[in-house]
Design a protein around this ligand. Structure first.
Ligand code: PLP
Ligand code: COI
Length: 341
């Protein structure tokens, strides 16, 4: 299969329209059989539930070309199950999890020429999403929905690739206790836009959100979970009911323990203790593991000992092991890799 003529090495994290996307519609209590389409546009009624009350959820995962030339997707079953959780929380019908995985496979296979080559540093980002499509004017769930998946080739989420980031402690909250922070709802991202724009204006790469109730505990950023390394080389990640259960973070904890023999801890992390950590990273599908070099808390700088030039040594090992598993250089745990071809 001939690849697209794309400058893979210099791709940023942006949208490039690919050939095919998957669509299935929900009406009268059932999902139709679903199909691939070339049409990248959606026509909706002006009063569609998604447009009026933001009834929309999404997922994100990646397809990789492995060292031996296969195309694989990383743990799509976990995205399927997280999307089911998101749907239930927003009173949307669940798109059956097995069908979700099959639809991901179909979408990637149909866009094979857009899957970046091995070693290019780029990947195919896969974006499943679902939204309320029929007119809704009283505040209530829609009765008709559309589930879609598109794919787009992407490079690093943060410009500068593996260069350590500078982030700030945000004055805005991302998620309320007992709210929707633990699901992947579009509304969580809409309300983070002002915070990210103002962070960028002030020269920061991202926001560190604290828990909304006490503003003392580390939650996550707008698009990734935190991972810290202690001075005695323990991997620590914040535990909270209002952060997204990152598939990357869950995978990294397993890798830290089972592949690298490190101690891991998932627990509440106080902002006050961040100054004592040796390394900090942001982890997620888009972010992979992006190192953090500096955290600024209202003018007070917390400089991680790993510095502003490169990833800390444990972050680097985690990064290499995870990407090694994703790209087929390192044997994956059972069930982590879905082979497309
Ligand atoms: N946290 C937020 C708010 C996110 O949007 C994402 C991205 O999906 C993550 C964390 C990382 O999750 P995952 O590793 O499943 O991509
Ligand atoms: C992902 O990593 O898949 C995400 O959804 C993060 C998003 C902010 C790009």
């Amino acid at each position: 299969m001939e690849k697209q003529n794309i400058d893979w090495e210099n791709l940023g994290f942006g949208y490039i329209q690919t050939d095919k996307r998957y669509v299935s519609n929900y009406k009268d209590g059932t999902w139709d059989k679903g199909t691939l389409t070339s049409d990248a546009n959606i026509v909706l009624n002006e009063c569609a539930g998604v447009l009026q009350y933001a009834q929309t959820i999404f997922e994100g995962m990646k397809a990789y070309t492995t060292e031996d030339g296969r195309i694989v997707v990383f743990r799509p079953d976990l995205n399927a199950s997280r999307m089911a959780d998101s749907a239930k929380r927003l009173e949307m019908p669940v798109f059956p999890e097995e069908r979700f995985v099959e639809a991901v496979v179909e979408t990637v296979a149909a866009n094979e020429s857009f899957v970046p080559p091995y070693g290019s540093g780029a990947t195919l980002y896969i974006r499943p999403y679902m939204f309320g499509s029929n007119p809704v004017i009283g505040v209530k769930p829609a009765t008709e929905y559309q589930f879609r998946i598109f794919a787009t080739p992407v490079g690093p989420y943060f410009k500068g690739g593996a260069k350590p980031l500078t982030i700030r402690v945000s004055d805005f909250d991302r998620a309320a206790p007992h709210g929707t922070g633990h699901i992947k709802a579009g509304l969580n991202y809409a309300m983070s836009l002002h915070a990210i724009v103002s962070a960028h204006e002030e020269g920061y790469d991202e926001n560190m959100y604290l828990d909304a109730a006490t503003r003392t505990k580390v939650e996550e950023t707008g698009g990734a979970n935190f991972l810290f390394v202690t001075k005695d080389n323990k991997v620590v990640t914040p535990k909270s009911d209002s952060i997204l259960p990152s598939i990357t973070r869950r995978s990294l904890l397993y890798v830290a323990k089972e592949y690298l023999g490190l101690e891991v801890e998932e627990r509440e992390v106080y902002l006050d203790e961040v100054k004592d950590f040796a390394e900090c990273g942001l982890c997620g599908t888009a972010a992979v593991i992006s190192p953090v070099g500096k955290i600024v808390d209202h003018g007070k700088e917390i400089c991680l000992p790993s510095g502003m030039e490169k990833m800390g040594p444990t972050t680097q090992k985690l990064y290499e092991t995870l990407t090694g598993i994703q790209m087929g250089r390192i044997e994956a745990p059972e069930g982590w890799i879905k082979v497309i071809k």
